[in-house]
Design a binder for this molecule. Structure first.
Ligand code: PEP
Ligand code: MG
Length: 326
């Protein structure tokens, strides 16, 4: 069984009816990047830069960040690397050099892009390091915790500035650096038409989207089944976001844990997703599921999925959609 799975390292992630589903890796360490490369990931779909800020309890400067991002880009040998700007909040108050204040409600506090913009120079320094790394291979910039248009415009302007200044200083940078938003705050998912034009791609963060949509803490075991993507509100919102992106021919992926759980693969494909980003460890299992699924058949079952009224109904849909090998 393990050996059979290993064989899939060099096989394409193609459905039975021949559609290529691109599997990107979530990564935060050198080991993840090496594994992603070895498993034939299409690229890195989510590089969590928090890691750099959580080692050493100090803020890494531009040079240190640049070296880390450049090594990441070189490690993926020409495959696209998606670097997410810092996503840290008060839940990590004691672990960084950012002197974060304790907050009563860190998940809804100064976190992600909010913190990056609140601190002088923090975001510009990070964007400059990313832009410099773009001289070594294809790079995309991804911004976490976007809640609306203002943040998108502000970060985009800062990215433009970093590119302008570095080019003027003679740095070799990519001609174009695609700019994307994490869709993980419900307001961003709902108001997406108001700012989708400002974006080059979208990555849906289901971990937080589910948490905020259902008012269910992603880390609170006491909530039992309440924290789950199997809720009609989640399905409808995902469907809406994917439709808007696909309608514009814009790349859209899911990078939450759900993308790394092969049981949910039929559901994500039915919703129209053709790009997923997941931790390397379940990548081959998800690839195996994709290769045993018929996309045309799943798309035909989308109306049934959208009609499911509760968790039990969604579970039934999922059970019926599992590939035969499972
Ligand atoms: C998410 O929220 O789904 C996500 C991928 O980001 P993180 O888990 O880092 O919050
Ligand atoms: Mg998140």
């Amino acid at each position: 069984e393990r050996k059979q799975l290993r064989r899939l390292r060099r096989e394409p992630s193609k459905t039975l009816d021949g559609v290529d589903i691109r599997l990107y890796a979530n990564a935060e360490s050198r080991e993840d990047v090496a594994e992603a490369h070895a498993l034939g990931a299409a690229g890195v779909g989510l590089y969590r830069t928090e890691f750099l800020f959580l080692q050493g309890r100090r803020i890494p400067d531009e040079e240190e960040q640049f070296r880390a991002y450049r090594d990441l880009v070189l490690g993926m040998t020409g495959r696209t690397v998606t670097i997410r700007t810092l996503d840290i909040g008060a839940d990590k108050a004691d672990e960084t050099g950012l002197a974060l204040r304790h907050e009563p409600n860190p998940a809804m506090g100064l976190r992600g892009v909010r913190l990056s913009m609140a601190r002088d120079g923090l975001l510009l320094t990070q964007l400059r390091a990313i832009v410099r790394a773009s001289g070594y291979g294809p790079v995309r910039v991804l911004v976490p915790m976007i809640s609306g248009r203002e943040e998108v415009l502000a970060v985009r302007a800062l990215l433009d500035r970093a590119q302008r200044e570095l080019r003027a200083a003679g740095h070799g940078t990519a001609e174009r650096i695609p700019f994307g938003a994490m869709i993980e705050v419900p307001s961003a998912a709902i108001a997406l038409p108001a700012f989708v034009r400002e974006l080059d791609f979208i990555s849906i963060g289901t971990n937080d989207l589910v948490q905020y949509l259902l008012a269910a803490d992603r880390n609170n075991d006491a909530l039992g089944d309440l924290y789950s993507p199997l809720h009609p509100a989640v399905i409808r919102l995902l469907h809406g976001v994917v439709r808007i992106a696909r309608g514009r021919g814009m790349p859209v992926s899911v990078c939450g844990e759900i993308a790394g759980d092969a049981r949910f693969t039929p559901l994500l494909l039915a919703l129209g997703l053709e790009e997923l980003s997941l931790h390397p460890s379940p990548l081959l299992e998800v690839r195996r599921a994709i290769r045993a699924l018929d996309l045309g058949h799943l798309r035909a079952r989308l109306p049934t999925l959208l009609r499911a009224r509760d968790r039990a109904g969604l579970e039934r849909w999922l059970d019926a959609a599992q590939p035969l090998h499972a």
